[in-house]
Write a protein that binds this ligand. Structure first.
Ligand code: PEP
Ligand code: MG
Length: 881
């Protein structure tokens, strides 16, 4: 006895994908739950495997089994294969276990011949349709089975239409089509040396073999290679009886969603065409009707559809996207799948399904596609409108913005204050431009990578930013921007999309974000599930408040360098850097103290007793000084054109300092705690400002939890030296104020040596926080700006690495270092608090890894907090037990 190769739809189910292919298993499942699916049978993938095993020969018994199953189809449909009065027509489709869209072959309307076509014409009462089906069938069959490419047929069709002076296929009359079919056949005779087969059984057996062969066509082989699908799987073949939506006014075809895919509202959403075939809906020749109209036109079919859609939702537990056909008032479901939806709809539907008792809270949280959430947290471009992308840069900070082009930061600030929307366009930004960034709706730069000043500042503020867009040619003096051959002036409107890096001419309508009630609900459920804490990176009271609003339970990184910037502070900071003795430096720092105290007061207060990790100054001092090239230019001007001697001397002194402080590799230079070791008074001033603010709040009855964080530590001795500074300041402030506040001292872990010596460091540190931006740079030996600007894309293209490690945490390298630090750190100190505050803290896959290696919290930009809450919950769901 031969193996069983064929399965009737009701013999399978959705678990049988590897044997029946994805499409076959889905059709079987729909049949099993009682849906009106046109009857059909599936030839298993095993038959395809055996076909290749036997050197491309149909395996023994297959042909007989196919013919037996055709007899079955004849009996259930009441039609006959080759019967000229009531012909059974079938579709023959490939379908592997893994979806390979469009890679293999499909043949529709098989069973047509010179006689059955007449029967079809009579039944459908549409001769034109019947002969058009026959013409298409001959083309498809000849192409797939006989190897005559369809261009040969198209050329006959084109010539014919030209002769008749018509433009569209649907203008061809039945007689035209008959003539064309004759020409097709004679061409076949000449090219293939044989007649078009008239026996449906012969057509079917040949079609099945052709589908097996298409498993090994070059596009299928390439597709499998790209998607790592094993060649050994083989394809199944689905043979399904055709149904016709064009059999008159009691027939039709359509597509409908069980809920609104844009909003998630529970209402049928879709359209259909009366007396039409599937392609007519897509072709847009006739305007489809809304699905509600079906209620009036075909009430029975409508009722069947409503019952079916309810059944489908209940079975698949999600909104369904259903393709259907009505043949003489009888409904058939051709396909159903979980429908694609907007992020807003996905959230609403998930919440509703929980309330309807169809899924659990865990399932609802688990099925939200986190990558879609950006849509809800930032203004986005309305993609239904037409727009032209004129340049592309790096997607540095998500969201879209529209505004007038402005090149000058002060102007951006003043226009912003007047309520005018502007986009600040610069080659790059510096701390001097901060006021302009605040005033602008978005930032566009021609230079700089994902950690350039513009990118980091914009992300922190949740403002859209496109940077490193090297197609921009900016003439600052004439205030002109050239992109290709287009020239834009100050005041011209552009739109930027920081989620894609697109720059668009003119205004594109934007969709405004809101945290809907349903989104809040999903986030609350996520909080019940997750064990990983979520904090935010925030360095001003507004961001701290935003972070709280989005549900952050503390600040995991308060970068303090921004407290040294801005028009009021920068001159004092520069004076501090340029001072020639300790007294001068102390005097400048004293001026900074009350300003910083006010900042810390605001941040600590906004966090209402949640912890705030305050990182002491990290960047090298020259970042606070003017640009070297600009200084040279000014000095040359003063020298050549004559100017005040005093000014010249000042500039020269400044230049000398800039030169002295400049480094060949600032990323590895005099920064972080190294700065604190050489200038302890800077750190001392910062912690004094923190403690004074905390004491002030304590006196007002507000609880605070300051965590003082030392950056870029590589050895325990650095930490012990600086912890002493912190503790001394604490003792003196608390003694002076008569109030003391609890605080902790910990370190950033952002160089490999800190990971290797984490055991020693943890003996002193109260907490660790992984600075994975720097840890990635130092682990890879890449400087991020250089890597992203110059060679990383080749690495990605050549698949030397699979992901940008600055975006998605590199588990193999950086991750291993982190694991080492966690193990060694906790071995020294069991209650060591460990978090992450690099950008990876807002990336779902990195958050999952942080959960797996046992971190206590992740910290990310306030706008990523909802993403992190959900990602932490999904990680817990995926890895619990
Ligand atoms: C880090 O290195 O990951 C970090 C958070 O610090 P920064 O980005 O400020 O260097
Ligand atoms: Mg760092």
């Amino acid at each position: 006895m031969s193996k069983k190769y064929l399965y009737k739809f009701h013999e399978g189910d959705k678990e049988m994908k590897s044997l029946l292919g994805g499409k076959g298993a889905n059709l079987a499942e729909m049949t099993k739950i009682g849906l009106p699916v046109p009857p059909g049978v599936i030839i298993s993938t095993q038959a395809c495997k055996d076909y290749y095993r036997d050197g491309q020969k149909l395996p023994e018994g297959l042909k007989d089994q196919i013919l037996e199953h055709i007899a079955y189809l004849e009996s259930v449909t009441g039609k006959g294969f080759g019967d000229s009065k009531n012909p059974l027509l079938v579709s023959v489709r490939s379908g592997a276990a893994v979806s390979m869209p469009g890679m293999m072959d499909t043949i529709l309307n098989l069973g047509l011949n010179d006689e059955t076509v007449k029967g079809l014409a009579r039944i459908t009462n549409d001769e034109r349709f019947a002969f058009d089906c026959y013409r298409r069938f001959i083309t498809m069959y000849s192409d797939v089975v006989m190897g005559i490419e369809h261009v040969a047929f198209e050329s006959i069709l084109r010539t014919y239409k030209k002769k008749l002076e018509i433009e569209h296929d649907h203008e061809l009359t039945p007689d035209d089509l008959k003539m064309i079919i004759q020409e097709f056949k004679s061409m076949l005779r000449i090219k293939h040396g044989s007649e078009f087969p008239q026996d449906p059984k012969e057509q079917l057996i040949n079609a099945v073999e052709a589908v097996f062969k298409s498993w090994q066509n070059s596009r299928a082989i390439l597709y499998r290679k790209l998607h790592k699908i094993p060649d050994s799987l083989g394809t199944a073949v689905n043979i399904q009886s055709m149904v016709f939506g064009n059999m008159g006014v009691k027939s039709g075809t359509g597509v409908a969603f069980t809920r609104n895919p844009s909003t998630g509202v529970k209402e049928l959403y879709g359209e259909y065409l009366v007396n039409a075939q599937g392609e007519d809906v897509v072709a847009g020749i006739r305007t489809p009707q809304p699905i509600e109209k079906l209620k009036e036109e075909m009430p029975d079919a409508y009722k069947q559809f409503i019952d079916t859609s309810k059944l489908l939702e209940k079975h698949y537990k999600d909104m369904q996207d259903i393709e259907f056909t009505i043949e003489n008032s009888k409904l058939y479901i051709l396909q159903t799948r979980n429908g694609k939806k907007t992020a807003a709809a996905a959230i609403r539907i998930a919440v509703d399904l929980v309330r309807e008792g169809l899924i659990t809270k865990e399932e609802a949280v688990g099925r939200i596609d986190i990558t879609q959430l950006d849509q809800l947290l930032h203004p986005t471009i309305d993609i239904t409108t037409n727009y032209e992308v004129i340049a592309r840069g790096l997607p540095a900070s998500p969201g879209a913005a529209v505004g007038e082009i402005v090149f000058d930061a002060d102007e951006a600030e003043s226009m912003g204050k007047e309520g005018i929307n502007v986009i600040l366009v610069r080659n790059e930004t510096t701390p001097d431009d901060l006021n302009g960034i605040v005033g602008a709706q978005g930032i566009l730069t021609s230079r700089g990578g994902m950690t350039s000043h513009a990118a980091v500042v914009a992300r922190g503020m949740g403002k859209p930013c496109v940077c490193g867009c090297d197609e921009l040619d900016i003439d600052m003096e004439r205030e002109k921007l050239r992109i290709g051959n287009k020239i834009f002036s100050r005041g011209d409107i552009i739109t930027i999309d920081g989620s894609t890096g697109n720059v668009i001419e003119g205004e594109v309508p934007l969709l405004v974000p809101t945290l809907s009630k349903e989104f809040q609900t999903i986030l609350e459920w996520a909080d019940e599930i997750r064990t990983l804490g979520v904090r935010a990176n925030a360095d001003n009271p507004e961001d701290a408040a935003k972070a709280r609003e989005f549900g952050a339970k503390g600040i995991g990184l308060c970068r303090t360098e921004h407290m040294f910037m801005g028009p009021e502070r920068l001159p004092i900071v520069q004076k501090m850097i340029l001072s020639s003795n300790d007294d001068e430096r102390k005097a400048a720092l004293e001026k900074l103290l009350p300003i910083q105290q006010e900042d810390f007061y605001g941040i600590l207060k906004a966090m209402q007793g949640y912890p705030v990790t305050i990182r002491l100054l990290d960047p090298p001092l020259h970042e606070f000084l003017p640009n070297r090239e600009e200084l040279i230019e000014e000095i040359v001007k003063l020298r050549c054109l004559g100017g005040s001697e005093e000014e010249l001397r000042e500039k020269e002194a400044l230049f000398a300092k800039v030169k002295a402080l400049s480094e060949s590799n600032p990323m590895l230079g005099h920064r972080g705690c190294r700065l604190g070791i050489t200038f302890p008074e800077i750190y001392a001033t910062q912690v004094e400002a923190v403690f004074r603010a905390a004491v002030q709040l304590a006196k007002e009855g507000v609880k605070t939890v300051p965590e003082i964080e030392i950056p870029l530590v590589m050895d325990v001795n650095e930490l012990s030296t600086l912890k002493e500074v912190v503790d001394q300041v604490a003792v003196s402030v608390f003694a002076e104020e008569g109030v003391s506040v609890e605080y902790t001292v910990g370190t950033m872990i952002e160089v490999p040596r800190a990971c290797a010596t984490a055991g020693e460091i943890a003996q002193i540190a109260d907490f660790f926080s992984f600075g994975t931006n720097d840890l990635t740079q130092t682990c890879f030996g890449f400087s991020r700006d250089d890597a992203e600007g110059k060679f990383l894309h080749s690495y990605l293209e050549k698949k030397i690495i699979n992901e940008n490690p600055f975006v998605v945490l590199d588990r193999a390298g950086v991750g291993r270092l982190m694991e080492m630090a966690v193990t060694k750190g906790r071995a020294s100190r069991e209650d060591l608090l460990i978090g992450i505050c690099g950008e990876h803290g807002g990336d779902p896959s990195s958050i999952e890894y942080c959960y797996q290696i046992g971190l206590d919290f992740v910290s990310c930009s306030p706008y990523r907090v909802p993403v992190a809450r959900l990602a932490a919950a999904q990680a817990a769901l995926r890895h619990s037990n």
